[in-house]
Design a binder for this molecule. Sequence first.
Ligand code: TYD
Length: 207
Amino acid sequence: MNGKFVTFEGCEGSGKSTQLRLLSEYLKERGTDFILTREPGGGEISEEIRKIILNGKYTDMFDECEALLYAAARIQHLKEIIIPALNAGKLVICDRYVDSSLAYQGYARGLGAEFIKSINSYALQKYSPDVTVFLDIPPSAAFERKHGADEDDRMEQQGISFHEKVYAGYRALVAEYPRICAVDCGGTKFQTAENIKKLLISKGVID
Ligand code: TYD
């Protein structure tokens, strides 16, 4: 594997999609050979799994089932899309990865880090990201910016206290793993984009 692997993480409404779009535009202008993909999803099978996980009508899904579905979608996506791109020397940018499972299922759902690490051991041991960008904005501020949650989305339906736990989970991950870099999102989207660019250049994953 000689490509670089960058993941983006953040709470609901953290502006991840906007930042990924701005970064993609920058990389396209520079002629960088990259792919932008997302979890859960990215390929046909994992997009189907995504529909089940996020379906608002499955209110009685067990937490363990949820965590295993995310892990299943991940390994399919990893083998089908991410690994071939890395082997071809591309830069891979992925919207969410294992850290989402650690923060949402491990921490906020209370399944614990060990369970999440065990069901994601292949991804964690062999395909750990070179850099993870954490868009740092507390959920209260993020929801305000996003004008509320999507009622058809099972994860967004969770109350604010769930999202506060997710945020606390991410803060704990930032403290534990040096590869996860928190980027303050308090400024304008262009300031945040500039900070992300500087960070990725300093880490040697883009130029
Ligand atoms: P999405 O609509 O892509 O949300 P966002 O734009 O915030 O990334 O939905 C992904 C949802 O799945 C989001 O609520 C986070 C959640 N998620 C987990 O709980 N665990 C995971 O491992 C992953 C990848 C996502």
